[in-house]
Write a protein of this length. Structure first.
Length: 94
């Protein structure tokens, strides 16, 4: 390898985040960080516990698609949630 060439670890180490499971990211990164600055952390915890983690918890972050979010939003609307509530429970306010 040439000195000016990045190593494989340098190139791809940042991608490990995207392969993390959503529930691990929430527990290890999001909640500890958000709890230091968000006054609404209790509502975030509730939103995650009731809506996002049951649906996406075991999925790798890079496997959660825009379509998954749209489908979740539509499911909430079909359950009778108002548009703003469906957006909120789809994680729009995190």
């Amino acid at each position: 390898m040439r000195p000016d060439e990045p190593s494989v670890d340098d190139d791809f180490s940042h991608l490990a985040f995207y392969e993390s499971r959503f529930d691990a990211f929430v527990e290890e990164s999001y909640l500890p960080y958000a709890s230091t600055y968000k006054a609404s952390i209790k509502s975030d915890e509730s939103l995650l516990r009731l809506h996002l983690l049951p649906r996406f918890g075991r999925k790798p972050i890079n496997a959660i698609t825009r379509n998954d979010i749209v489908m979740m939003h539509q499911a909430r609307r079909n359950e009778g949630a108002a548009p703003a509530t469906a957006r909120t429970t789809s994680g729009n306010n995190l």
